[in-house]
Design a protein. Structure first.
Length: 88
């Protein structure tokens, strides 16, 4: 499927391999799972492990607008595409 409005891309498409990933999923018994489904997850892919790790720190941090006692409702898991990163 083509991109209808390429000017809306956050960054231009690239053919560089992105073997280092970050899987974002919901905690067990999270009420949001009623809307998204208990098996909801999203993967973000990066060209280097350092970029992935920096993104993980940023995504999982406590935001300025969090209430006292709030804790992140998402689970962040590092993943790696071994074929792309190590040629296996």
């Amino acid at each position: 499927m083509g991109i209808s409005n390429s000017h809306n891309l956050m960054r231009p498409p690239t053919i560089e391999p992105r073997p280092y990933g970050l899987r974002v999923s919901l905690r067990a018994l999270d009420p949001f799972a009623k809307l998204c489904g208990a098996d909801w997850q999203r993967s973000h892919w990066y060209t280097t492990a350092a970029l992935r790790d920096a993104a993980m720190v940023e995504m999982s941090r406590k935001h300025e607008y969090s209430r006292p006692g709030d804790r992140p409702a998402l689970v962040f898991t590092k993943v790696e595409n071994l074929v792309a990163s190590r040629g296996l």
